[in-house]
Design a protein around this ligand. Structure first.
Ligand code: AMP
Length: 203
């Protein structure tokens, strides 16, 4: 990741979705640290799952070390399991996963997905699905570092080509392989037509 200046961005708060695991390949934790530090240097507040494990903890620690603001949103049950990060700018403790994802959405101007597992996929696809339905009109980005998301991007294309994702919604998932390019594309995202309106038009 290069050390270029902050992109001019209206995205002041970004929700980051990423793995709670620590893969054996150190590039993933390094990537999370770089993203956390870079967003903090650009003055962007991070909203995330509030955990201290894996890529999640690495993003938060790196952003805090750069003097950035980090807001965690964590369900009560995960706090009890002692996975909550106690050094954050702010930590919202919510009753369940549904409240958590709703709060991610209301607190953030955009969603950014780093490599992760099932929890990360759940968050990403909900952000895309809610965008289709018109529950929000915020950009949804995927950082395709090391080609980690090549198959996901191919599958998304397959859904578009088969007709399960409408042409008007084909641009909701924004995937790029570098952070500056991704933030730039997310910044320029034009909200699409919501499904409610789109369903009244022929494909
Ligand atoms: P996964 O990709 O399955 O590791 O799940 C990571 C995503 O799910 C994160 O973006 C979190 O919002 C949420 N999550 C999963 N596990 C935890 C945890 N132990 N603490 C906090 N959030 C978690």
């Amino acid at each position: 990741m290069n050390d270029q200046k902050s992109p001019r961005t209206r995205l002041k708060r970004i929700a980051i979705y990423c793995g709670s695991a620590t893969p054996a390949d150190p590039r993933y934790i390094d990537l999370a640290r770089e993203v956390g530090a870079e967003l903090a240097r650009w003055g962007i507040t991070i909203v995330y799952g509030g955990g201290r494990l894996g890529l999640m903890g690495a993003v938060a620690d790196a952003a805090l070390a750069e003097g950035g603001e980090v807001i965690g949103v964590i369900p009560e049950a995960l706090v009890k399991a002692e996975a909550a990060h106690r050094g954050l700018t702010d930590l919202h403790i919510v009753p369940d996963m549904h409240s958590r994802k709703a709060l991610f959405t209301s607190l953030s101007d955009a969603f950014l997905t780093l490599p992760g597992g099932v929890g990360t996929m759940d968050e990403l696809w909900e952000a895309i699905s809610w965008a289709q339905l018109g529950y929000h009109s915020k950009p949804v980005g995927v950082l395709n570092a090391f080609g980690f998301y090549d198959l996901l991007i191919a599958f998304n294309r397959n859904m578009i080509e088969t007709g399960f994702i409408r042409p008007a919604h084909a641009g909701i998932m924004i995937a790029r392989d570098s952070l500056p390019a991704l933030i730039d594309s997310m910044e320029r995202y034009q909200p699409h037509r919501p499904l409610i309106e789109e369903m009244t038009r022929p494909l």
